[in-house]
Write a protein that binds this ligand. Structure first.
Ligand SMILES: Cc1cc2nc3c(=O)[nH]c(=O)nc-3n(C[C@H](O)[C@H](O)[C@H](O)COP(=O)(O)OP(=O)(O)OC[C@H]3O[C@@H](n4cnc5c(N)ncnc54)[C@H](O)[C@@H]3O)c2cc1C
Length: 305
């Protein structure tokens, strides 16, 4: 029996684990993939305080994991497939076991949105990617396109220029949404060609992606872009499958919490990108994780002290 179980090993989860273990609570964190969540798919971060030189996402993730372990948090690599949040004792079921706890902290984060095109899923890993840091090296001296106009799309496009011969940046509006600093970097990079006011309408190829059809939204004319890789960076969807129908969610499916990171269910807290919030970043995920663990500590202590 644990005092606190945390689902998800991104920055929210590891910070919650650090604070919970340091508060001398018996703490288990369960992660289904790899340390760091989305943060580990980031090449370099320039906006996490305390690092005056850019820090690698994987490097920061491993530091967070080690720091939580150092204070006694147990880390388990397994997928949580069900949660029972009713009553004072909560339980989680993983692919191999069931674990019980007094307080549960949900840090399952978010995943990339898809375009919803035919062949998008079939060609995942065969020319379609949602992670430039993971896959850019496969496109050395090739032509690729990035879809999106926000910060993730800008990061992806810039990162891909380290490998690809040419990077098309396709955005459905005329203006990019990413921060000005990123826009300046994009505009001065001569490997990047902008395809604005346009959207991808078809993925071409038989066994793998060989090109895309792109429609101009003003003229409605479609043209073919011969590319080898399509990187999709159009936003996020919350990983809420475990709690859908069980907790109060926003209309977009994010968990609603109060300022103490309490959810609609007693003893269940949430932190990070899975929460309804204005800014989804590593610093805000870490901050949520700290607050969630502090609230969980107060909740657990009312039974045990
Ligand atoms: C390409 C990219 C670049 C970014 N760049 C920056 C940046 O420069 N600066 C910045 O501050 N932020 C950046 N971000 C955003 C930042 O990475 C996220 O805001 C942050 O990682 C959110 O942390 P989290 O812990 O809430 O969730 P996540 O990082 O999404 O982690 C959630 C974890 O939960 C796990 N999980 C989900 N379901 C289960 C389950 N059922 N069982 C077990 N485990 C589960 C997932 O595998 C994942 O590891 C970037 C994001 C991306 C995608």
């Amino acid at each position: 029996m644990y005092d606190v179980i945390i689902i998800g090993g991104g920055p929210a989860g590891y910070t919650a684990a650090l604070y919970s273990a340091r508060a001398r609570l018996k703490t288990l964190l369960v992660e289904k993939m790899f340390s760091g969540g989305q943060m580990a798919t980031t090449d370099f971060m320039e906006n996490y305080p305390g690092f005056d030189e850019p820090v690698g996402g994987v490097e920061l993730a491993l530091k967070m994991e080690n720091q939580a372990r150092k204070f006694g948090a147990e880390i388990l690599y397994d997928e949580v497939i069900n949660v029972d949040m009713d009553g004072n004792v909560k339980s989680i079921k993983t692919t191999s076991n069931t674990y019980e706890c007094n307080a549960l902290i949900l840090c399952m984060g978010a995943s990339p949105k898809t375009l919803g095109l035919d062949k998008e899923d079939k060609f995942r890993g065969l020319g379609v990617s949602y992670c430039s840091v993971c896959d850019a090296a496969f496109y050395k001296d090739k032509k690729v396109a990035v879809v999106g106009g926000g910060n993730s799309a800008a990061d992806d496009a810039l990162y891909l220029t380290k490998y690809a011969e040419k990077v098309f940046l396709i955005h459905r509006r005329n203006n990019l949404r990413c921060v000005k600093l990123a826009q300046e970097e994009l505009f001065k990079n001569d490997k990047i060609e902008f395809v604005l006011n346009s959207q991808v309408v078809e993925i071409l190829g038989e066994r793998k992606l060989e090109g895309i059809r792109v429609k101009n939204n003003s003229t409605n004319e479609a043209s073919t872009l011969d590319i080898d890789g399509l990187f999709i960076a159009i936003g996020l969807v919350p990983n809420n499958e475990l709690v859908k129908g069980k907790l109060e969610l926003s209309k977009d499916g994010y968990i609603i919490t109060d300022s103490n990171m309490k959810t609609s269910m007693e003893g269940v807290f949430a932190a990070g990108d899975i929460c309804e919030k204005p800014l989804r970043q590593v610093i805000t995920a870490a901050s949520d994780g700290a607050v969630a663990a502090y609230s969980a500590e107060k909740y657990v202590n009312q039974y045990t002290l």
